[in-house]
Design a protein around this ligand. Structure first.
Ligand code: XUL
Ligand code: CO
Length: 437
């Protein structure tokens, strides 16, 4: 059965093309800085937005009527699997990502839910074998069902905590079976609404205990995926514990989990935290914690997680500049955790949206590579910090300085001379390079 019968394989036609169903910049086999675009970007489709999402918002029901929607939830789940693999093939994306509850519906007991998941996992496995498509990561949805009202790993109810453990156990087993390259934890309801009813210390200790159990179980079953935590500052709770990259790294270090985890960073989560995406990537990278990216963008005028497809070339350039400087995305990838707008309800919009996102990242990659090759920014930075390579600066870096030696130096070094940071010139250089791609 074909779900996108009217659409053929999307191919690269280059800059001059005016075919909306073609790539203008994403040319998978094109080599950039010694590696193909496909290998740099490792694109993934987010199952939940593309095949499970319907276009609901807080004021209205779904607008998208998908050809894979049937009356029986298991029929729909099976049809979604077929739609997923047809879509991956046609758009030319090598990876996908899913939550357990995106792919298979909950039953009335955990046993029944697990059985549903097994049926769908069989289908996913078969389709992966025949198509060569791969699982970038899977995760457990422990935020939608009402049982998670007080959280999962940070719930006030030990029975719910036990259910979370059971669900994670199954989810890790599914990840192993499907060869997931990473495994994501996003703490959908791991946060609080009011401190008046919250034991923050116990909640955080319990969350860490659950992560340790996951590490132990993955070891036990030989699941070697990279574990990733996905920070987000707010939404759904007022204050999410994994607020941003720095907070999450501090949590991992406090509980001795840092060896086992990296971060899955998301653009719109960064902006909700009052950061840019490139800031979050830099924080992760300098701590050896850059794991994977959820690619999307927010809206300047809307204060929630709009999960729009990324089209801002300045942002994709800065993102890829950080990724390239960090030495690449490793086992991670660029997952489109993005949804078409509610008014873009036609099936064709799913293709148009991914093409826009993939071309924007390809453009960003090419511009970032040019920035690196030109050394326009790195040369400036190197020169800006040159005072730390000689004299007193070299002593500071070598750990040889003391307050007394700094005083002795400062006393005879009068006046101090500073130099311009040249921010506007550097931004103009970035613009020139973006325009030239
Ligand atoms: C929510 C979000 C999630 C995670 C996976 O904002 O980004 O979809 O990516 O649970
Ligand atoms: Co995400």
């Amino acid at each position: 059965m074909s779900y996108f019968g009217s659409i053929g394989k999307i191919s690269y036609e280059g800059k001059g093309s005016d075919n909306p169903l073609a790539f203008k910049h994403y040319n998978p086999q094109e080599v950039v800085l010694g590696k193909t675009m496909e290998d740099h970007l490792r694109f993934a489709i987010a199952y939940w937005h593309t095949f499970t999402g319907t276009g609901t918002d807080p004021f209205g029901v779904g607008t998208a009527v998908r050809p894979w929607d049937f009356a029986n939830p298991m029929d729909t789940a099976k049809a979604r699997v077929e739609a997923n693999f047809e879509f991956l093939e046609k758009i030319g994306v090598p990876y996908y990502c899913f939550h357990d509850r995106d792919v298979a519906p909950e039953g009335s007991t955990l046993q029944e839910t697990n059985k549903n998941l097994d049926v769908i996992a069989d289908m996913l496995e078969q389709n992966m074998k025949s198509s060569g498509k791969k699982l970038l990561w899977n995760t457990a949805n422990m935020f939608t069902h009402p049982r998670w009202v007080h959280g999962a790993g940070t719930t006030s109810n030990a029975d719910v905590y036990a259910y979370a453990g059971a669900q994670l156990k199954k989810s890790l087993e599914i990840g192993k079976r499907l060869g997931a390259e990473n495994y994501v934890f996003w703490g959908g309801r791991e946060g609080y609404e009011t401190l008046l009813n919250t034991d923050m210390a116990l909640e955080l200790d319990n969350l860490a205990r659950l992560f340790h159990m996951c590490v132990a179980y993955a070891n036990e079953i030989g699941f070697d995926a990279q574990f990733l935590i996905e920070p987000k500052p707010k939404e759904p709770t007022k204050h999410q514990y994994d607020f941003d990259a720095a907070t999450t790294i501090a949590f991992l270090q406090k509980y001795d989990l840092q060896k086992h985890f990296k971060l899955n960073l998301e653009a719109n989560h960064a902006t909700l935290a009052g950061h840019t995406f490139d800031h979050e990537i830099r924080v992760a990278a300098i701590n050896g914690m850059l794991g994977s990216l959820d690619a999307n963008q927010g809206d300047l005028l809307i204060g929630w997680d709009t999960d729009e497809f990324p089209t801002d070339l300045y942002a994709t350039t800065m993102t890829m500049y950080e990724v390239l400087q960090a030495g690449g995305i490793g086992k991670g990838g660029v997952n489109f955790d993005a949804k078409v707008r509610r008014a873009s309800f036609e099936d064709e919009d799913l293709f148009l949206a991914h093409i826009a996102g993939m071309d924007s990242y390809a453009w960003g990659l090419k511009a970032a590579a040019k920035l690196i090759e030109s050394k326009a920014l790195s040369g400036f930075v190197e020169n800006r910090y040159r005072s730390f390579r000689e004299g007193i600066g070299a002593d500071i870096v070598a750990g040889k300085a003391s307050l007394a030696s700094l005083e002795q130096y400062a006393m005879q070094n009068n006046p101090i001379k500073n130099e311009s940071g040249r921010q506007e010139r550097l931004k103009a250089i970035v613009n020139e390079i973006i325009f030239s791609v």
